[in-house]
Write a new protein. Structure first.
Length: 308
């Protein structure tokens, strides 16, 4: 199993200006609490989002040293040194499968060039960066995953433009994709924000080709086939209508036959509700945080912290 996230993990609130002094202390403590929680949960990697830069580049670099997992960013560079701010990619081996992971942040998710979160960083073009990373990772890996903070429309555009990315785990837009699309052999997944839901994608490899179909698509075709058969057996259709139904039935049967022996994935979304048991160490940290920073009159703690 890999536990991954596409960014905006450290803050649950968007700031269009620097965080006010009266909120910054609570924000700093919350960010460290969240990183410590992810360490306990066993995260494997995270990309960065625009909101992770709320306290600036230097703070993000500082807190990254506390993380026991890699923070990845392939197209965010330090303005002074022109070097990558974080690792540009990693390769993890799971059950003999070599998985390359990289991450992208879009310029378009910021509030223009004057956005204080962009201070001290250069954001390079995502599509060009993605193509370079795919070229670099393909000979070394069996599967490539992108942690994207581009937004869903840009994820679709990227999948249509750059081949070789097998899964895009998207962030920023915060939409629940209950039936993830497969665009030019790239699976795109995304769920809502603020730790309200978790998502799980199970990959089933039956052959060496890393092309997958969605089991939900197969179920839909199977349901369609049953309906067509029932209508043909019903005896209410005219001969012309029966001929159309037979052709439709044969088309669906051919499509199902083409899926035989191919790799597939299943996708599930689960609510991270109050009914989920808290990890005792994380719960203890949250209680200590709430005691130091009561919710009343503190906008930064206006939303409850949950293990997620």
């Amino acid at each position: 199993m890999l536990i991954l996230d596409a960014g905006d993990l450290l803050f649950f609130k968007k700031y269009s200006a620097p965080i006010p002094d009266q909120e910054s202390k609570a924000a700093v403590h919350k960010a460290f609490l969240i990183i410590d929680s992810f360490n306990i949960m066993g995260y494997d990697a995270m990309g960065i989002g625009d909101d992770d830069l709320n306290l600036g580049k230097e703070f993000l670099l500082k807190i990254s040293k506390r993380a026991k997992f890699p923070i990845i960013s392939s197209n965010v560079f330090d303005e002074g040194s022109e070097k990558p701010l974080f690792q540009t990619s990693i390769i993890k081996e799971i059950s003999g499968l070599r998985i390359g992971i990289f991450s992208l942040l879009s310029q378009d998710v910021f509030l223009g060039l004057s956005d204080p979160r962009r201070k001290g960083v250069i954001i390079r073009p995502p599509i060009e960066t993605a193509q370079n990373l795919v070229n670099e990772l393909t000979p070394k890996t069996d599967l490539i995953i992108l942690l994207s903070h581009l937004g869903y429309p840009k994820d679709v555009e990227l999948a249509q433009t750059v081949s070789g990315i097998h899964i895009i785990i998207g962030g920023h837009t915060g939409v629940n994709l209950t039936n993830p699309p497969v665009i030019k052999d790239t699976i795109i997944v995304q769920n809502s924000s603020k730790g309200m839901y978790g998502t799980k994608i199970d990959l089933n490899l039956l052959n060496s080709r890393t092309i997958f179909y969605n089991t939900a698509t197969k179920r839909s075709m199977e349901n369609n086939l049953r309906n067509l058969k029932q209508r043909l057996m019903g005896g209410m259709a005219s001969e012309a209508e029966k001929d159309q139904l037979r052709r439709a039935k044969e088309s669906v049967e051919r499509a199902l036959q083409q899926l035989e022996g191919k790799n597939y994935f299943t996708y599930s979304i689960f609510s991270l509700s109050e009914g989920i048991k808290d990890h005792p160490e994380i719960k203890k940290m949250i209680e200590a945080y709430k005691a130091e920073f009561p919710e009343k009159g503190n906008p930064e703690t206006s939303k409850p912290l949950r293990q997620h």
